[in-house]
Write a protein that binds this ligand. Structure first.
Ligand SMILES: [Mg+2]
Length: 125
């Protein structure tokens, strides 16, 4: 993760896509713009899921067994969903870098916090 975070920082610098640190006003505008772009990428993940569910429904209508139809649809959206998740990760890493946060450290720390959380949701299995 440290490697991917450093790569993202270098890549975003080269592309001129770093969140501005020039002034409060420029940072504010740049943070809001990047936040907006990040949420559109999250929406693109939803689009791929939608595509996958529609494909599944089509295959079922054509007579395919449900689990098989879903497996086939998953394999057909796999590449694109990977791309959209990569887009999301790129924006997340940009935010981590702007705030000078170690993404890996932050992730493990948060997961530990979640594991020890008292108000856990009850999930039906
Ligand atoms: Mg995208």
């Amino acid at each position: 993760m440290k490697e991917i975070q450093a790569f993202a920082e270098q890549f975003q610098k080269e592309m001129g896509w770093v969140i501005s640190e020039e002034s409060f006003e420029k940072s504010r505008a740049s943070l809001l713009n990047n936040y907006m772009l990040m949420t559109t990428e999250v929406g693109e993940v939803a689009e791929e899921l939608r595509k996958g569910f529609n494909l599944t429904a089509t295959y079922i209508q054509e007579g395919m067994e449900e689990e098989k139809a879903f497996e086939l649809s998953k394999s057909q959206i796999k590449e694109n969903i990977g791309k959209e998740l990569a887009d999301c990760l790129a924006y997340m890493l940009k935010f981590y870098n702007f705030f000078g946060i170690d993404a890996e450290e932050s992730f493990y720390k948060k997961m530990e916090e979640v594991k020890n959380r008292k108000n856990k949701d009850i999930v039906k299995k």
